[in-house]
Design a protein around this ligand. Structure first.
Ligand code: BEZ
Ligand code: FE
Length: 249
């Protein structure tokens, strides 16, 4: 039923009624939920018009910060815990398997393929040398030979190579040996801040938060016949493990 007399109460119902002809059922479900939550939000918060425009200016600004190298909306989703929620819903490990976590903005395709034992660090000043060893196993504990590990990390200065130029450094691809083993050299991961010179940084400051991530190495592990795994390895006892800016621990 279409209504002509809008009220604070019946407006959401009318908007939902207007989208009843949406053909794609998933789109209809997503739009209906979004409309309901948005209307509930506004009814709860009761923004002044000035506050509403400020919110719109914030989102507009967030869009303006996006470029080929910078995705401020993903960063906002990361820092509000939404990326981790989407990740958790889509990669339920059910226990017994290494947990998945956010990809983050610094993965690059076509990192160099290295032999086991090689170092992903090309410059002396990258940080304190570190050796990483491990075994890729399937859910039943059997080693997986030929699994591909795409690894990347920030240097001790807190920056990824892509934040400094085009050259590839501190990233590489390794393949496990016949026993599922891998080993490589890198630099000891240090804590670092997510990009915080834009709207997300302002949001973090305004809400009393820091932009830091605890020391970690990124892994994207693939093997024929298995689902891919995107995960991190954290340094035991590292700073900010309990307050990761993107909730990825
Ligand atoms: C990262 O660990 O590289 C990262 C993840 C999410 C947002 C920013 C950085
Ligand atoms: Fe990282």
């Amino acid at each position: 039923m279409a209504i002509r007399r809008f009220s604070e109460k019946n407006l959401a119902r009318e908007v939902l009624h207007r989208i009843r002809g949406t053909r794609n059922p998933r789109l209809k479900q997503v739009m209906a939920s979004f409309i309901r939550h948005m209307h509930d939000f506004v009814r709860e918060v009761k923004p002044t018009e000035e506050e509403w425009f400020r919110g719109i200016r914030f989102l507009t600004d967030t869009g303006h910060w996006c470029s080929g190298e910078r995705q401020e909306f993903i960063l906002m989703s990361d820092t509000l815990g939404v990326s981790m929620l989407v990740d958790a819903i889509n990669h339920r490990s059910g226990g017994g398997a290494t947990e998945s976590t956010v990809l983050g903005p610094f993965h690059r395709r076509k990192a160099p393929l290295y032999p086991l034992g090689a170092s992903i660090s090309k410059h002396r000043g990258d940080g304190v040398p570190c050796r990483v060893t491990g075994t890729v196993r399937d859910r039943s504990g059997r080693p997986v030979a030929g699994a591909e590990l795409d690894v990347w990390q920030a240097g001790a200065d807190g920056f990824y190579d892509s934040q400094k130029g085009k050259a590839m450094n501190l990233r590489g691809i390794f393949r496990t040996d016949a026993n599922g083993l891998f080993h490589f050299r890198c630099v000891r991961p240090e804590f670092y801040p997510v990009p915080h010179d834009g709207p997300v940084g302002r949001m973090l400051t305004a809400t009393g938060r820091h932009p830091m991530r605890p020391p970690h190495l990124h892994f994207w592990i693939t093997a024929r016949g298995y689902k891919p795994l995107i995960t991190h390895l954290f340094v035991k006892g590292g700073r900010y493990l309990d307050s990761d800016a993107v909730f990825g621990v």
